[in-house]
Design a protein around this ligand. Structure first.
Ligand SMILES: Cc1cc2nc3c(=O)[nH]c(=O)nc-3n(C[C@H](O)[C@H](O)[C@H](O)COP(=O)(O)OP(=O)(O)OC[C@H]3O[C@@H](n4cnc5c(N)ncnc54)[C@H](O)[C@@H]3O)c2cc1C
Length: 551
């Protein structure tokens, strides 16, 4: 059945669309220039949400005490741990493994595979995950993955793009690992069966992205994340890796300074299980569901920064958590898809952002932070945004330009997921523009790691979005799928090497007792508990409905 909740645009929005149509032909041949470094700085410091005064505070406790982070992040880092050490008996270990991987998205799956390739038996590895294997941002990724493997490209150029895009705050050794490993990752994917698009001559189709000086984005239509996840999840199944679903980790376990396992909670029965491990890898993804500064998000429900909290409790440092990525093209209309991602590939293929009068106002492929800040300026200061019936603002993304540039039928061929998302609300993006506004997309920073994915805490590794330092203050498109593959792999290998040498440790909650004392000493009197596991609007009743249980 074709379900239509809303049928296209209301008449008053159509008036503006007429102006967009009237200027389209002229804009197709318009040669827009990117902003200068000074102009970018100006638009960022005035309009980007990260620069809003009063949006952050410095942490009062923990290894990164004094670091500025958003209030929403500080609230969970300075909350009481979920578990009460007096109420849980650690005397009975439910499972002993070599490696416990917390988070069953892309990074967790890649880490597990490489731990096996490194010689750990699949039965000595456990992946535990909050929802189902692959219920993750990794599955939702659309546009593609960067790798400098084209004729006119080189990892050194990829390196400069990433460092410039990150405002020179990235850790250079991590970026070097990212770009140097990229071609081998694509190679590995191919051998496993990921179907990246190819030209007729067999070369990869490689597209440009915001802030990249060479086209190096490899994609599978606009569902690249799902294609990679399909293949690596199959490989995990083929190797016999075990995945514990609906079982989030709620706290780590320690022996002195060393991480020795974790405690999991069964979301259905609410029972705890105790897992002892020689190495633990955090691959829990990002923080979109914290809705920093009230923004909607592209992220899945499990993106509540749990790994960040768990790492912080055991003394790991965090980095660049003062910066969040707002993707410029979140859907702004209609309401049911508010904040959902319109992939950057749409702009990469020629769709231009335009205002209520059909005027182009920004170079379409600025880095994401600059592009987002320009959209906010257009709507909030210049008054050139389009208001939706529910009072949201947005600018047009002139998607029909793609068909003008690349020929009729291109959108359905190349952007089928986007087309379907809009079509269910009566909008044909090959005929009409789509309305967009920035949406919270990515956690730029995270747990500090070295090139081997080690957090600095013995026994604890991290990879993927939970980890920081790779992208500085702004990630470029396509570098996150790459990040989870590169640092998933590296953390899996390091954890395997550590596990081969380590013996099982004691398991205690000493770090929880220590962290609670730090909160007391800092005078933090709070009822909050973290990790939060799911956003409160996706609370117990919603889980109960999903699992078909009564509460
Ligand atoms: C809509 C969308 C489109 C994107 N498009 C692109 C793109 O085109 N190119 C690109 O490079 N990047 C893209 N990204 C970003 C990229 O997909 C992610 O940054 C990346 O996949 C993160 O991988 P990950 O494995 O670190 O985290 P995730 O894939 O989010 O996996 C984390 C997993 O950990 C689980 N988890 C969380 N907490 C716990 C806990 N306490 N215990 C156990 N498990 C837990 C989660 O439920 C989840 O399954 C996109 C992101 C989104 C949301």
């Amino acid at each position: 059945m074709d379900m239509k909740f809303i049928d296209g645009y209301p008449e008053y929005m159509r008036q503006s669309i007429k102006k967009v149509e009237a200027t389209r032909e002229k804009r197709i041949s318009l040669d827009m220039e990117p902003m200068s470094a000074e102009e970018r700085e100006e638009v960022l410091s005035t309009y980007h949400p990260d620069y809003v005064k009063g949006g952050k505070r410095s942490l009062k406790v923990g290894a990164s005490k004094g670091e500025m982070v958003h209030h929403e992040t500080a609230n969970i880092l300075e909350a009481r741990p979920q578990v009460n050490p007096d109420e849980i008996d650690l005397g009975c270990i439910n499972r002993d493994v070599d490696i416990l991987i917390i988070g069953g998205g892309g990074a967790g799956t890649v880490a597990a595979l490489h731990a096996v390739y490194e010689g750990i038996l699949p039965e000595d590895i456990l992946i535990t995950t909050k929802l189902r294997h692959g219920d993750a941002n990794s599955m939702m990724a659309q546009g593609g993955i960067q790798a400098a493997d084209g004729l006119d490209d080189d990892p050194s150029i990829h390196f400069l793009d990433a460092i410039g895009g990150g405002h020179f705050a990235n850790k250079p050794d991590l970026v070097k690992a990212l770009v140097m490993d990229a071609p081998r990752i694509i190679d590995w994917h191919q051998r496993l069966g990921v179907m990246y698009e190819r030209e007729d001559d067999g070369h990869f189709v490689e597209r440009p992205g915001g802030g990249t000086s060479r086209p190096r984005l490899h994609s599978a239509k606009d569902y690249t994340g799902m294609e990679i996840m399909r293949v690596i999840r199959d490989e995990a199944r083929n190797l016999g890796l075990e995945v514990e679903e609906f079982s989030p980790a709620v706290e780590l376990l320690t022996d002195g300074d060393t991480v020795t396992g974790a405690i999991l909670m069964d979301l259905e029965t609410r029972e705890y299980s105790i897992i002892r491990a020689k190495s633990v890898i955090l691959t829990t993804g990002g923080f979109g569901r914290l809705h920093i500064q009230g923004y909607p998000t592209t992220n899945h429900y499990g993106a509540t920064a749990d790994g960040l909290v768990l790492a912080y409790h055991v003394g790991a440092r965090i980095t660049d958590m003062d910066s969040a990525q707002y993707h410029p093209t979140g859907a702004a209309y209609p309401e049911p898809i508010l904040g959902q991602l319109i992939t950057e590939k749409v702009r990469g293929m020629g769709a231009m952002p335009v205002n209520i009068d059909g005027e182009a106002f920004v170079y379409p492929l600025e880095p994401r932070d600059v592009e987002s800040a320009s959209f906010i300026r257009e709507c909030k200061t210049r008054g050139k945004g389009i208001e939706t019936p529910t009072g949201m603002l947005g600018v047009w993304l002139d998607s029909p330009m793609i068909e003008e540039i690349h020929g009729p039928g291109t959108i359905k061929k190349e952007l089928i997921a986007m087309w379907r998302m809009e079509h269910q609300f009566g909008i044909d993006m090959s005929q009409d523009p789509i309305l967009v506004y920035p949406t919270l997309h990515y956690q730029n920073g995270g747990v500090e790691i070295d090139v081997d994915g080690w957090t600095g805490v013995p026994g604890l590794y991290a990879g993927g979005e939970v980890a920081g330092g790779v992208h500085g203050k702004n990630r470029l498109m396509g570098n996150s799928l790459l990040d989870y593959n590169v640092f998933g792999r590296r953390s899996g290998i390091s954890a395997a090497r550590h596990a081969k040498k380590a013996s099982p440790g004691k398991i205690t909650f000493d770090h929880v007792i220590r962290f609670n004392s730090l909160l007391d000493e800092a005078g933090i009197d709070t009822e909050r508990r973290s990790p939060m596991l799911l956003p409160d609007y996706r609370g117990e009743r919603a889980i109960a409905r999903a699992l078909n249980i009564s509460i």
